[in-house]
Design a protein around this ligand. Structure first.
Ligand code: MN
Length: 492
């Protein structure tokens, strides 16, 4: 997917009542606002039309639905735009929609203000009429109010754009499953028809034997080139070059298969490596560094979510990683979670330059020791995200966390690791997470916020649960109970 081609459309609501001069001025100003905002937003905002009729609105929103580059609509009503005109367009809109409640002028000018000025600056009531119709239509939407040059407004609009990019990526998501899920695991299961209907994901399986065939076709020259790429990005801390070359062979073969099918995410399982010497470690990690999603043990949901959060992050490939809750430090006053995986943590979250190491891996059918990247995660505020299938609906759970420099060096732990403090505390956080049914696999992200995931869930029409510093188990239990009823009614 070419995210550089993605853009957002600025649609201004108006009417004929105030004469052509006002409309010309508004159109000029709207074009100026879009051009100025484009300079500071992560994606271009393209001024499209100052719409005065049902047909103009319906036409532009219909065009938005069918334009692959249009990732969303930003609407603003500079004046009263009678909103029955918007019903036909909005009722059929399939793109993310943000209502920017702003006005061109920042202040009310004491001397200058007259009825002409008022006619040009009437968003205060225009945006209310516009808000009503979206509320009446029960549309998923983001409302952002404030002057368009305000830094906070611009930041919020940019954050929403990235969430909308997450919607676009989701709707085009294809996941390549190498083999099935790990036997008997519940939380990695899910309804693939439901996720395709709701989220757009195409989740299908490919034979491990086909991957092995592709691996056998990789040339030594291709492997040489990949090893040079590894050397440029990572320190080599092993003498076992054969293991590194084997990972390069796996990476090249997987990338060929992913790209041939247009897949941005993949999963595999250590229980199905027939014909492979090593579980892909370094191979999966370096694919994630390039923006592909990954989930271990056949977890295709976390794989797709990893790819989506990466795309929502900085420059379309942010610091987001497939993660697993492993073990706790439960010492009072020093309570931390330690996250890791057998091999496959994305180096985008690394504090320093990762090392390539080889170690024995007891789990699975590894004939040889797999090479993997070993590093510590960096410090900073982050979130962990889990998508679960509740049967009849999907639930997205997000928890606020604070990553720290690991309090121990753990010299014998042969995998990448991230240590964090969870909100509201380790134990209450765990109780909330377990109560909500969150998985042991998550996406850990430093640059996608909980607010953006809330917007994404809203646009995707799925349940959203946020565990924050203020969450209590009692409050969460009530929220989940009410959500259960609400979603059953909604899905009737
Ligand atoms: Mn796992």
């Amino acid at each position: 997917m070419d995210m550089k081609a993605k853009e957002f459309w600025f649609v201004v609501g108006s009417q004929f009542l105030y004469g052509p001069e006002v409309l010309e001025t508004v159109a000029q100003r709207a074009a100026e606002m879009a051009a100025e905002l484009t300079k500071v937003l992560p994606y271009p905002l393209i001024y499209k039309v100052t719409a005065k009729t049902n047909k103009e609105i319906t036409d532009v929103l219909k065009e938005a639905n069918y334009d692959d580059n249009c990732a969303g609509i930003v609407a603003w009503c500079h004046t009263f735009s009678p909103s029955k005109m918007w019903i036909n367009g909005l009722a059929n809109l399939q793109k993310p929609y943000c209502h920017l409640a702003t006005q061109y002028n920042v202040e009310i000018p004491n001397e200058e203000i007259d009825m002409d000025f008022m006619n040009l600056n009437q968003a205060a009531h225009g945006d209310r009429e516009h808000g009503f119709i979206a509320a009446r239509l029960r549309m998923p939407r983001k409302v952002i109010a404030g002057h368009w040059t305000d830094k906070t407004v611009q930041k919020r609009l940019g954050d929403w754009m990235k969430a909308a990019i997450g919607v676009a990526v989701s709707k085009e998501m294809k996941v390549m499953r190498f083999g099935d899920n790990m036997r008997e695991v519940a939380v990695t299961e899910g309804d693939k028809v439901e996720v395709q209907t709701k989220l757009g994901w195409q989740v299908n399986t490919w034979a491990v034997g086909d991957l092995v065939k592709e691996m056998n076709a990789v040339t030594e020259a291709e492997i040489d080139a990949m090893v040079e790429v590894y050397k440029a990005s990572y320190d080599i801390a092993t003498d076992n070059m054969d293991a590194i070359r084997y990972q390069a062979r796996e990476e090249i073969a997987m990338k060929k298969m992913l790209d041939a099918e247009g897949c941005k995410a993949f999963s595999n399982t250590f229980q199905d490596l027939y014909g492979m010497e090593q579980l892909p470690g370094l191979a999966s990690q370096h694919l994630m560094a390039q923006g592909y999603g990954y989930g271990g043990e056949g977890d295709w949901k976390v794989s797709a979510m990893t790819a989506i959060l990466k795309a929502m992050g900085e420059n379309g490939n942010g610091a987001s990683a497939f993660m697993e809750d492993y073990t706790y430090n439960l010492v009072p006053g020093a309570e931390y979670s330690l996250g890791a995986h057998m091999l496959e943590v994305c180096p985008s979250v690394a504090a320093g330059r990762p090392r390539i190491e080889t170690h024995h891996l007891g789990i699975g059918m590894n004939e040889k020791d797999p090479a993997r990247l070993v590093f510590e995660g960096r410090e900073g505020d982050a979130i962990v995200v889990s998508l679960i299938d509740m049967g009849g609906r999907l639930r997205l759970i997000v928890q606020d966390i604070h990553c720290v420099k690991p309090i121990l060096p753990m010299p014998n732990l042969p995998v990448a690791r991230v240590m964090w403090q969870a909100e509201p505390s380790l134990t209450t956080g765990v109780e909330c997470w377990i109560t909500a049914g969150g998985a042991h696999h998550t996406v850990l992200s430093y640059d996608v916020s909980a607010g953006q995931m809330k917007d994404w869930a809203n646009m995707m029409d799925i349940e959203f649960v946020h565990i924050t510093k203020d969450t209590t188990v009692e409050g969460l239990e009530k929220e989940l109970f009410y959500n259960d009823i609400a979603w059953k009614l909604k899905n009737l």
